[in-house]
Design a protein around this ligand. Structure first.
Ligand SMILES: Cc1ncc(COP(=O)(O)O)c(C=O)c1O
Length: 462
C-alpha cells in the first residue's frame, strides 16, 4: 500500500478504462487526496461472495487482496453472516463500551483457546479502538508504562499503522516525511533479516547470525548510543514491507536476546495472524513466547475490531490508561468468534499451508521463463513476488534491482483479467497474494493462470 511511487499510481489510473464510471468519477472528485487503493484498483463494488467480488458493471474479480488480509474466510462466509444475523435477531446490545456481555466473554474464551497455551495461561487482554493501529498505540503505552523506559526499537521495512505513534515505527518514509517530528527521538531502527536483500550482504544463516550479533552489540555496548528500550516490535512476516518472512532461527534469537536483556517483545500479528501463514499465529513457526501480541484485521470476521494480548507482568498501567468509545462492537466479536472457531475446527492453517505451497509451485514454474520474478517468498497464503529488472546492475548478493514499474504493469494486467492483487515492498516492486484462506486448489490454479497471462502482457508492455 505505502510503497508505490506516485508516478506509477498515475500510470495505472490512466490505463484503466473503469475511470469512465460515474461512481469512480465522484469518488475522485469528493474523496480525499489521501485515498490509496482506488488509485490502483479503480473498482466500484456492489456484491461479494467467497473469493469473488462483483463491480457495478457486472464484472467479477478474484479478490487476492481480501481487505488487506482481513477476510480470512472470504466475503460473506455463511458462519460470519449467521453470527451477525443472530446478534441482530436476539436484540443484543450492539455497542457496550468495554462492559462485558456473553458475546464478549465467548469471544475472549475462543481467542485464548487458539493462542499457544504457554502464552495464554498468563495473558491479559485489552480491547482497543477498532483499528490495528490502535492496538499498536496501546502496546507502546503498555510497555513504556511497565518498564519506565521510552525507547522502542522497530525494523526497517516494518509497518504498524498510520497514527503518529505507529507511524514513527514505520520503515517507509513516504507517509512520514510531510509530518516532521513524530516519536523519532525514541525510536531506533534495526535491520530486518531480509534474506534476498540481506542488509549485511550475506544472506542465509550467516545473514541471520550477523543480524543478531548487530542487535546484541547495539543493546549491550555501553557506548552504543541507544537508551535501554522498553520494547522491540516486529512482524514475524513483514507484510506491507514486501512479504518478508523472518527466519525462525532469527526470531528465536531475538526472543532469547530480549528476554535476557529485559526488553518486551511485541509481535505484530495484525496481518499475519489467524491461520494466514499456515499456523494460527506466525510467531508459532519459531515456537517463541512473545510478551505482547497485537491483533486486528481477521479477528473481527470482516468487522472492525482490535485487541492486544500480553503477559501479565506488563499489566501495570492504571484504570483508563487506554480507553476509547468503540471497543465493544458486539457484531465484530460474534463474527470474530465464528471465524476463530471455523479456522480451528476446519484446520484452516493446514489448508492455507497446502494452498500456499500450490500457488508457490505455480509461481516457481513461471520463474524459469521470467527472470523478472526475482524472489518468490512468504508463508502459507501470505506470498509475494519481488519483481526485478534482469538487465540492471546486480547487488552484493548478485540480485538484480527492484522493478516497480513492471510490478505496476503486472498488477494492472491482472486487474484486466479479473484478478485483484496489491503491491508492497521497496519501490512497490513486490506483487502480493493475500487471498481468502478458504480458496480451493482449483481457484489457486485459476489465480496462477490469470497471473501468468498478465505477466506475459506486462513484460510485452515494457
Ligand atoms: C502488520 C500491520 N500492523 C498494523 C497495521 C495497521 O492496521 P490498521 O490499518 O487496521 O490500522 C497493518 C495494516 O495493514 C499491518 O499490516
Amino acid at each position: 500500500m505505502q510503497a508505490t511511487a506516485e508516478q506509477l499510481i498515475t500510470e495505472t489510473e490512466a490505463l484503466y478504462s473503469f475511470e469512465e464510471n460515474l461512481l469512480l468519477q465522484r469518488q475522485k472528485q469528493q474523496e480525499s487526496n489521501a485515498r490509496s487503493y482506488p488509485r490502483r484498483i479503480p473498482l466500484a463494488l456492489k456484491r461479494a461472495r467467497g473469493i469473488h467480488v462483483e463491480d457495478v458493471e457486472g464484472r467479477t474479480f478474484i479478490d487476492c487482496l481480501a481487505g488487506a488480509g482481513t477476510l480470512a474466510l472470504g466475503h460473506n462466509h455463511p458462519v460470519v453472516v449467521e453470527a451477525i444475523q443472530k446478534v441482530l435477531a436476539d436484540e443484543l446490545p450492539l455497542h457496550t463500551l468495554d462492559l462485558t456481555t456473553p458475546v464478549k466473554d465467548a469471544f475472549v474464551q475462543d481467542l485464548f483457546a487458539v493462542l499457544p497455551t504457554n502464552f495464554a495461561q498468563k495473558a491479559k487482554i485489552q480491547f482497543c479502538g477498532p483499528t490495528g493501529t490502535d492496538a499498536v498505540e496501546a502496546a507502546l503505552k503498555l510497555v513504556r508504562t511497565a518498564t519506565g523506559r521510552s525507547t522502542v526499537l522497530a525494523f526497517q521495512g516494518g509497518y504498524h499503522g498510520m497514527s503518529q505513534g505507529a507511524l514513527s515505527l514505520m520503515g517507509n518514509l513516504g507517509p512520514k516525511k510531510a509530518l516532521g517530528a513524530l516519536l523519532n527521538n525514541n525510536v531506533q531502527f534495526l535491520p530486518f533479516p531480509y534474506d534476498y536483500r540481506c542488509p549485511f550482504g550475506l544472506g542465509g544463516a550467516a545473514g541471520v547470525e550477523v543480524n543478531l550479533r548487530y542487535i546484541e552489540n547495539l543493546l549491550t555496548d555501553p557506548e552504543g548510543g541507544v537508551l535501554p528500550p522498553a520494547a522491540i516490535i516486529v512482524e514475524a512476516v513483514q507484510g506491507e514491507g514486501g512479504v518478508i518472512p523472518a527466519q525462525d532461527a532469527w526470531l528465536r534469537g531475538l526472543r532469547e536476546l530480549t528476554a535476557r536483556l529485559g526488553i518486551a517483545l511485541i509481535i505484530d500479528e495484525i496481518q499475519s495472524g489467524f491461520a494466514r501463514t499456515g499456523k494460527m499465529f506466525a510467531f508459532e513457526h519459531a515456537s517463541i513466547v512473545p510478551d505482547v501480541v497485537v491483533l486486528s484485521k481477521a479477528i473481527g470476521g470482516s468487522l472492525p475490531l482490535s485487541v492486544m494480548v500480553y503477559q501479565d507482568w506488563l499489566d501495570q498501567w492504571q484504570p483508563g490508561a487506554h480507553a476509547g468509545t468503540f471497543r465493544g462492537n458486539q457484531m465484530a466479536m460474534a463474527a470474530g468468534s465464528a471465524v476463530i472457531r471455523y479456522l480451528d475446527r476446519e484446520n484452516i492453517p493446514a489448508h492455507a499451508e497446502a494452498m500456499g505451497q500450490r500457488l508457490r509451485g505455480h509461481l516457481k514454474n513461471l520463474q524459469s521463463d521470467y527472470p523478472q520474478l526475482g524472489d518468490i517468498r512468504g508463508r502459507g497464503l501470505m506470498l509475494g513476488v519481488e519483481v526485478v529488472d534482469p538487465a540492471g546492475n546486480t547487488d552484493h548478493l548478485g540480485h538484480p534491482p527492484a522493478f516497480g514499474k513492471l510490478a505496476s504493469f503486472i498488477q494492472n494486467e491482472c486487474l484486466k483479467r479479473g484478478l485483484i492483487l496489491e503491491l508492497g515492498g521497496r519501490h512497490g516492486c513486490v506483487v502480493r497474494f493475500l487471498p481468502p484462506l478458504i480458496i480451493t486448489a482449483q481457484q489457486v490454479d485459476e489465480v496462477a493462470e490469470r497471473f501468468a497471462s498478465a505477466l506475459k502482457a506486462a513484460v510485452q508492455r515494457l
